[in-house]
Design a protein around this ligand. Structure first.
Ligand SMILES: Nc1nc2c(ncn2[C@@H]2O[C@H](COP(=O)(O)OP(=O)(O)OP(=O)(O)O)[C@@H](O)[C@H]2O)c(=O)[nH]1
Ligand SMILES: [Mg+2]
Length: 244
């Protein structure tokens, strides 16, 4: 089911019992938002981080999905810097929607592409409510490489996408830019599907596996794409990636 741009997303299904679960989870998220650990005791940092992750997971995935089971699926393309995420997203929709370059990292502002007519699902704070949503015209030039726009997500309609599917080109999970890594965690938490892009030179990096383990822990559907493999090494690298 889809909604036209400018209209309100449909209300939740109204299934008996769902409303009380929603209310309880809303309260839990609000409690976690106000949760503070003012004393520098052992374990305080890690407890605060866990609280933040649970709050984001509730706000960015569990609650939005519970409130709108028929909202479009969000496929988040994440992975190492330079793995070719932006090149892949542009290739999938057959137009240059994202800048791909030799600068590391290139993508600083996540780009959410949705089908024509699905706009209303993504204009409000239903998904990625902790980020400012910046709507950009469908035909506008892609955002320049390295442009710093903290805690924003660019939202664009894309007529190449089928109704009910949205794709998000995420910043990297492993560059020196701390805010990119934080942002990636928020984006991956909102995903119905992770498309995890790695390369022949990065697939054994610890950070890659941290994310894949997190995906397994969340039981989220994940596709791993092995990109930028030197000629002749394809089978060897792919087999080793499968093994690990
Ligand atoms: N040879 C080859 N080069 C590729 C491929 N995909 C991407 N590249 C190149 O790899 C470089 C990085 O591509 P990007 O699309 O910017 O990579 P990214 O994963 O989006 O990087 P960040 O935005 O920094 O996270 C660019 O120079 C691309 O032209 C590919 O399949 N083959
Ligand atoms: Mg990119």
């Amino acid at each position: 089911m889809s909604a036209d741009a400018g209209t309100e997303p449909p209300p939740s299904s109204g299934t008996p019992g769902i409303a009380s679960v929603e209310a309880a989870l809303d309260r839990l998220r609000d409690d976690l938002s106000g949760f503070g650990l003012p004393y520098t005791l052992a374990g305080a940092d890690s407890a605060a981080r866990t609280a933040r992750i649970v709050r984001d997971q509730l706000g960015d995935y569990v609650l939005p999905r519970l409130k709108a089971m028929d909202a479009p699926l969000l496929a988040v393309v994440g992975g190492s810097t330079g793995a070719g995420k932006s090149a892949l997203v542009s290739s999938l929709v057959r137009r240059r929607v994202a800048v791909s370059s030799a600068i590391r990292p290139t993508t600083r502002r996540p780009l959410l592409l949705h089908a024509t007519g699905d706009g209303a699902w993504f204009d409000g704070s239903r998904v990625l409510g902790s980020l400012a949503h910046v709507r950009v015209a469908e035909g506008a030039e892609p955002t320049a490489a390295g442009m710093r726009t903290p805690r924003e997500v660019e939202v664009r309609s894309c007529s190449a996408l089928p109704s009910g599917l949205a794709i998000l080109d995420a910043p990297d999970v492993d560059s020196v830019v701390d805010e990119n890594r934080e942002l990636s965690a928020t984006l991956l938490a909102a995903a119905d599907l992770w498309i995890f892009v790695t390369t022949a030179s990065r697939y054994a990096d610890a950070v890659v596996w941290e994310h894949l383990r997190a995906a397994a822990a969340r039981d989220v559907v994940t596709a791993v794409i092995l990109n930028r493999v030197p000629a002749g090494a394809g089978e060897t690298v792919a087999n080793d990636l499968r093994r690990v």
